[in-house]
Structure formats: structure tokens, C-alpha cells
Design a protein around this ligand. Structure first.
Ligand SMILES: Cc1cc2nc3c(=O)[nH]c(=O)nc-3n(C[C@H](O)[C@H](O)[C@H](O)COP(=O)(O)OP(=O)(O)OC[C@H]3O[C@@H](n4cnc5c(N)ncnc54)[C@H](O)[C@@H]3O)c2cc1C
Length: 506
């Protein structure tokens, strides 16, 4: 057994994205907070968010209308209480961010400018140009830096004593550090990096979900992965530039090779149809393009500089050229099962943001709702932690041993991404779903090691096997989960949330 240095804290937050940092700001003084993250190159999706954060703030909007839109897009699968919490509490969080200094775009009368995105019946996304996430994160980092201690590294295991989470272990550049905490919060983001084509950053490998599962916490809705319909179909590698939906909200058309707006063949809302509909329609064509040539060229610098520079980097001038687009893995709907205050099924272990499953998104996420969920449920989890009985952290019991691993991680990643894309892409084939668990067994059984890339590979493989199991169990199509052998929703499946726990190892 190794002896590792240890640190004590009141609250240990794993993940420094919007969810983790916003939660940290809502823990009362003098709570000691330690935030752990994987570093600059793995800084999560939050800084990349483009279109905006949804909240019923417009004169033509209301929390009830936001609830209605969210439930409609969620395809009969959302948790209504969670949706109500989201829609009623989001406006306060956005106004608080604005007060903290977040530079949201404003109308001439000083009110927040709201963009309209797919599935929203009115304009509802507060934004900063098309780099909303960067603006939010700048504000959160500025305020959180005064409140939290930070440790850079990968959390590789949680410690559970007498059924209660008491912290975990972090692999840093200097070695493993044990963190002892009264409460632990997982805020580790998404999973897009397990697919061949994704809008997510490299570190989106589902670590937190696997940490929770290995500790014995329940997971839910793992079969639901959202593919963004319009990622830039240019460049090499698996990471794609996102072309925000707000551009379609501003009037861009989706056309086929003949220049025809084909989305109206699939949905009466055309370009503003829900993401799953648009993604399936685009992937069923030989190619699809965004036509922005009729738009005022001034919008590029004023509203969409991020998309513009992403296009120009790939030799496309959106003022004159069509923008080639294709769907890419974008958002994980499933995750660590929580209640309305971020509590997981393990006492003193919380989950917030994209790694959590509050039930808000049902079978499909409405645009702008993920940042809103990260804020609303991050704040609720912080308040729940503050309301807990305090006391000394329980003494940790376990330990971690790091084993050397010899493996070609690059080759293994290619294999894993191919398998995940074939089995769990936009159209799911049961044969591929059935064969995935065995094909990834070797990677899922890799030991805990000191190579961070191997750790991510291990997480990705374990998670992929669980996801395939859930996708195979759900013998219907609903929202973003589309089976080629069960093409329609089955009424009996509506609202049935598949919950997997440690015993469900495929
Ligand atoms: C290109 C893009 C555009 C988007 N646009 C929008 C939008 O306009 N509106 C919207 O609502 N949503 C949008 N989303 C989704 C939204 O950005 C994310 O769902 C949200 O930011 C997730 O926040 P988070 O705090 O949960 O996780 P993240 O911001 O992903 O942060 C995860 C954190 O966890 C850390 N971490 C992960 N694993 C470990 C580990 N093992 N140990 C230690 N630390 C770890 C990472 O380093 C990081 O700090 C977009 C996503 C992308 C990729």
C-alpha cells in the first residue's frame, strides 16, 4: 500500500467548469473549498459554449412557456419537477451573473439581448456574441479565485467509508494526493470525446460518471446522447468547430447539394426544429450546407465572430461561401442520477452540470438549457451542502495502487471511437450495440495507472459499455435515442428511466 500526501477540506469539487465554479460561489464563508481540474488543455466545455444560456427573461416569455418548450423537446421523458425548478430559477441565476459582471449583450434600452435557438418558441438565450461560455467563465473564475484553493490533476477514485463519500484521490504532476472532504461534488462535464466527431474538448471522457459508478452511485438515461446538427464539416481529427444554432435563429438556411431547404420535409419548423430532428435529417443526406449569404455581412463581427473565425481557419468565407455542416456528438443527456439538490445515491456525494442526470432534459436537450442546468443545480447543491450537519470528515480507509500499463493509447482511442460511433451514433444498430461491450472489455479492465491518457481511455471504455447496455435495453426510439430496429416511440417506455448501478457491469 502506498503512503500518499493528504489534504483536508470541507468541500471537494471535481471540475472547474460553469457548474463547479458557480457552486463554489454559493457555499457560505468560511467553507474551505478545494477545486480540482484537469488543467488548461482539458478545461471542459463551458468556455466553448456559444449560443447562450436559456432563461425566461423576455417580455413575451414566462417560466411556464420555458417549461412547455423543455417538455415538448424532451419527448415525454423529462422529470417535470426538475424542469420547473430549472425554468423558475434560471432567470435569477442569469441576473446574478450579470450583477457579478458577466458581459451579456444588451438592447439599446439596457435589457438583455436574447437570441432564439432551436426548439425555443421565443427568443430566450442570454448571450455574449457567440462566445457566451467564455464570458461566463471569465466572470466565474475572477470571483472563484478569491474563494477556492485549486489543485491540478485527474481525480482517479472516490473514497467511500461506511456508505458515505469522504473525498478521493487526485493524480497530479507530483504524484497522487488524497483529498479528505466532508462533501464531494462531481462537476466533470461531458463525454463527446468517445465519438469520431465531436464539438467537445479532448478531456470530455466521462471521468466523473465512472468515478461515481465505481463508488456505487446510480446512473441514469445513459442511452441519450445529443448530436449537434451543424458542426463544421471541415478539417482533420475528431474535434469539430460548432456552428451555433443561433445562426439559424438569425435566418441562416440549411440546404442540400441542389440548394433546396429540405428541413421542411421533416418538420414544420424547418431550421428551428428540435436538434434530434435536424441532426437525423442532415445525416440522411449526402451533404448539407448552411447558407448565410443573404444575411447582413455585419452580423459576423457583431454577433458571430467565433463561428466566422472558425470558418476562415478552414478556408471558408461565410459571406460568400456555403458552410459545409454535419452532426457531431455534442451533449450527454444521461449521467449520475441526482435529486433536485444534486444529491447522488451516495450520502455526501453530489453531481452537477453535464455529468449529472437531474431529469431536466428527458430524451433530448433544449438549446441553452445545459448552461442553465449547470447554474441552477450547482447553486442548489451548494445550498444543500451548506444545510448539512457539519463535523469532522470521516477518516479515509482505502488506498490506491498505481499499476504500470503498456498499451498503445493512440491506437486504442481510434478503436474505441470507431466502436462508439458505429454503435451509439445518430442511428443505433442492435448488432453493434450487442458487440461493443466485449470489444472494449480489455480497455475497461485496464488498471488505475499514472498515465493520464490511459486513465481517460479506461473511463471512456467503462462508460461506453454501460451506455451500450442502456441503449440496447431501450427497445424504442425516443428523442436523441434512435434504433434502426425499433424506429418509433413505444408509449410504455415514456418516462421510464433506466438506472444502472455497480451490479450492472456488462
Ligand atoms: C462547443 C460547445 C458549445 C456549447 N454551447 C452551449 C450553449 O450555447 N448553451 C448551453 O446551454 N450549452 C452549450 N454547450 C454545452 C455546455 O457548454 C456544457 O454542457 C456545460 O458547459 C458543462 O459545464 P460543466 O461545468 O458541467 O462541465 P465542463 O465545463 O465541461 O467542465 C468540466 C470540468 O471537469 C474537469 N474534469 C473532468 N474530469 C476530471 C477528472 N477526472 N479530475 C479532475 N477534473 C476533471 C475538467 O478539467 C473541467 O474543469 C456547448 C458545448 C460545447 C462543447
Amino acid at each position: 500500500m502506498n503512503t500518499v500526501p493528504s489534504v483536508k477540506t470541507d468541500v471537494f469539487i471535481v471540475g472547474a467548469g460553469a457548474a463547479g465554479l458557480y457552486a463554489s460561489l454559493h457555499l457560505p464563508q468560511p467553507t474551505e473549498i478545494l477545486v480540482c481540474d484537469k488543467g488548461k488543455k482539458r478545461s471542459g466545455s463551458s468556455p466553448w459554449a456559444q449560443g447562450g444560456v436559456a432563461a425566461a427573461l423576455g417580455p413575451d416569455d414566462s417560466p411556464d412557456l420555458h417549461v412547455q418548450d423543455t417538455l415538448r423537446v424532451a419527448a415525454g421523458h423529462a422529470d417535470v419537477s426538475a424542469v420547473q425548478v430549472l425554468c423558475y430559477e434560471a432567470p435569477e441565476c442569469i441576473m446574478e451573473l450579470a450583477e457579478l459582471g458577466c458581459d451579456f449583450d444588451r438592447n439599446p434600452d439596457g435589457t438583455l439581448h436574447l437570441a432564439r435557438e432551436g426548439g425555443q418558441s421565443v427568443s430566450r438565450s442570454a448571450h455574449h456574441e457567440d462566445s457566451t461560455g467564455a464570458a461566463i467563465m471569465a466572470t466565474l473564475r475572477q470571483h472563484a479565485s478569491k474563494r477556492v484553493k485549486r489543485i491540478e490533476g485527474a481525480c482517479l477514485r472516490l473514497d467511500v467509508v461506511d456508505g458515505r463519500c469522504v473525498g478521493g484521490w487526485v493524480l497530479t504532476e507530483e504524484g497522487v494526493v488524497r483529498v479528505q472532504a466532508n462533501s464531494t461534488v462531481l462537476a466533470t462535464g461531458g463525454i463527446g470525446a468517445i465519438f469520431n466527431s465531436t464539438t467537445n474538448p479532448a478531456g470530455a471522457t466521462g471521468d466523473g460518471i465512472v468515478l461515481a459508478w465505481e463508488a456505487g452511485a446510480g446512473l441514469a438515461d445513459l442511452e441519450f446522447v445529443q448530436f449537434h446538427p451543424t458542426a463544421l464539416a471541415a478539417g482533420l481529427g475528431h474535434q469539430r468547430v460548432l456552428v451555433t444554432e443561433a445562426l439559424r435563429g438569425a435566418g441562416a438556411h440549411v440546404v442540400d447539394a441542389d440548394g433546396r431547404r429540405f428541413l421542411f420535409d421533416h418538420h414544420s419548423d424547418g431550421e428551428m426544429a428540435p436538434r434530434d430532428v435536424v441532426a437525423r435529417a442532415i445525416s440522411s443526406r449526402k451533404g448539407a450546407w448552411l447558407d448565410c449569404r443573404h444575411l447582413d455581412p455585419g452580423i459576423w463581427q457583431k454577433e458571430f465572430p467565433t463561428v466566422y473565425s472558425g470558418c476562415v481557419r478552414h478556408g471558408i468565407d461565410p459571406v460568400r461561401d456555403l458552410i459545409p455542416v454535419a452532426p457531431a456528438a455534442h451533449y450527454f443527456v444521461g449521467g449520475i442520477q441526482t435529486d433536485l439538490d444534486g444529491r447522488t445515491t451516495i450520502p455526501r456525494l453530489y453531481a452537477i452540470g453535464e455529468c449529472s442526470n437531474t431529469g431536466v432534459h428527458g430524451a433530448n436537450r433544449l438549446a441553452g438549457n445545459s448552461l442553465a442546468e449547470a447554474l441552477v443545480f450547482g447553486r442548489r447543491a451548494a445550498r444543500a451542502i451548506a444545510g448539512q450537519r457539519t463535523g469532522k470528515p470521516k477518516e479515509p480507509m482505502g488506498d490506491v495502487d498505481l499499476e504500470p500499463v503498456e498499451i498503445d493509447a493512440d491506437d486504442s482511442w481510434v478503436r474505441l471511437r470507431d466502436l462508439c460511433t458505429n454503435a451509439m451514433g445518430i442511428e443505433r444498430d442492435p448488432t453493434n450495440l450487442r458487440s461493443l461491450p466485449a470489444a472494449l472489455e480489455d480497455l475497461a479492465r485496464l488498471p488505475i495507472t499514472d498515465d493520464r491518457s490511459v486513465l481517460e481511455l479506461r473511463s471512456a471504455a467503462i462508460l461506453a459499455r454501460l451506455m451500450a447496455r442502456a441503449a440496447l435495453l431501450r427497445t424504442e426510439s425516443r428523442g436523441v435515442h434512435h434504433r434502426i430496429d425499433h424506429g418509433e416511440p413505444v408509449p410504455e417506455w415514456a418516462g421510464v428511466r433506466l438506472r444502472l448501478a455497480l451490479t450492472d457491469l456488462p
